[in-house]
Design a protein around this ligand. Structure first.
Ligand SMILES: [Ca+2]
Ligand SMILES: [Ca+2]
Ligand SMILES: [Ca+2]
Length: 408
């Protein structure tokens, strides 16, 4: 499955292209983040021609494995041989608990540590699959007898795990699929994760960290983003800017995307669908743009702190309110140019529930009807509705028709 085509299809099926998109310059219009653009133009031929360490299902782990004709069997063994700046290329097949006996002590299995099955510590390396996530599975057993909490643990700057078309599927019943702990300039791209607890958890430290084109499904929560706290002797004063782009969280019974403490985090072109809740923020200044937040079993977006920017999203058909704004800071929240309808059908029909007593700028949204927010088939919001606790949500002017998403 190629995520971007699935993404486009999802939007078109929604029939949201009836009106032309009037582009109103928002605060993100000139900003954005070109950080991950290189992911799409990754020169695979050049990478595979460069010196690299090979891992394959017909490999054997030795102290000198890794040549094209003498591949290693496990990713850990390749990592132990790798030096700073090296690339590890992993062939198709199965890695991890090869015989599904619940442990990792058999020949060719990933002999990590009691913390991590695959441990990427303190070397700036790139690890790619040659054939893509669908063809390359890291399996952690459905019945682990004991063992690590993390399937892949990255503790180091400048690591790349996967690329578009060159990631991994990580599945099984241990707690976290991919965890990045206290890193900067680290990329997690093109992976499919299905875990017992949490799909992907990125904890940034003093610099940008990027998650793009990943899929997290069938876990408790899909994605978590937070600032690392004093990892390995580093103070991690600042989370740095995180970029979360083109990921999909689906069928997680908890939360699709959860943001703890990364001001300035850019969240764009992601899909959150059929999760318990679509996305939850605990910190001001998360910038959400061009996402699809649909058909979640609870609310679409819950802002536990105000001060977010929510622009150009499709927030449709969630069982709870489209957006809930909590929080007490005097930082205004901006929710503009979104399609917000079909939400909260079992409740109060709220497109935006503002329980914050602070100003929410919700101008220029489309509410499901040309006459603006109100009773079905529109969603409600703003002064005079039960959705607006203190009458501080500004819903006028509104958009008379739905926004196009052709820009995807
Ligand atoms: Ca085993
Ligand atoms: Ca065994
Ligand atoms: Ca409605």
């Amino acid at each position: 499955m190629h995520i971007s085509s699935w993404f486009t299809r999802l939007i078109l099926v929604g029939g949201l292209c009836a009106a032309s998109h009037t582009s109103l310059a928002g605060p993100l219009a000139a900003g954005g983040a070109g950080e991950t653009d290189s992911e799409h133009t990754l020169d695979w031929r050049a990478i595979s021609a460069r010196r690299h360490i090979s891992v394959a299902n017909n490999g054997v782990d030795t102290s000198h494995c890794g040549g094209e004709a003498t591949p290693c069997r496990s990713i850990n063994q390749a990592f132990s041989i790798a030096q700073n700046g090296d690339t590890i290329l992993v062939g198709p097949g199965l890695y991890g608990d090869l015989n599904d006996d619940g442990d990792f002590d058999d020949p060719g299995e990933e002999h990590g540590s009691n913390i991590c099955l695959i441990c990427i510590n303190n070397k700036a390396i790139s690890i790619y699959s040659t054939d893509g996530a669908e063809a390359t599975t890291i399996f952690t057993s459905d019945n682990p007898s004991s063992g690590p909490d993390l399937a892949v643990d990255i503790r180091g700057d400048g690591v790349r795990l996967g690329a578009v078309g060159h990631g991994f599927t990580i599945s099984g019943q241990i707690n976290v699929g991919i965890q990045v702990t206290g890193a900067t300039h680290t990329y997690v791209v093109g992976n499919i994760v299905r875990m017992r607890g949490l799909g992907i958890w990125l904890q940034a430290c003093d610099g940008p960290i990027v998650a793009s084109d990943n899929v997290a499904s069938g876990s408790r929560d899909g994605f978590w983003f937070s600032k690392a706290v004093g990892v390995d002797g580093r103070s991690c004063n600042d989370a740095g800017r995180a970029v979360v782009r083109r990921n999909v969280a689906t069928d997680n019974y908890g939360i699709g995307f959860q943001f703890f403490s990364q001001p300035g985090l850019v969240f764009e072109q992601n899909v959150s669908t059929r999760n318990g809740t679509g996305a939850v923020t605990f910190f001001s200044d998360v910038r959400m743009r061009d996402n699809v937040i649909v058909a979640n079993h609870g609310a679409g977006i819950v802002n536990s702190q105000n001060g977010q920017t929510i622009l150009h999203n499709v927030i449709v058909g969630n069982s709870g309110p489209g957006v809930i704004v909590n929080g007490s800071e005097e930082t205004p929240t901006e929710i503009r140019e979104n399609n917000i309808f079909g939400n909260d059908a079992d409740g109060s029909n709220c497109g935006i529930t503002n329980a914050s007593n602070t100003h929410v700028d919700a101008k220029f949204n489309y509410w499901g009807k040309s006459s603006g927010p109100g009773a079905n088939p529109a969603d409600n919001a703003g002064p005079g509705s039960t959705c607006d606790q203190a009458g501080t949500t500004q819903v006028k002017p509104f958009a008379p028709g739905p926004f196009h998403n052709s820009e995807h």
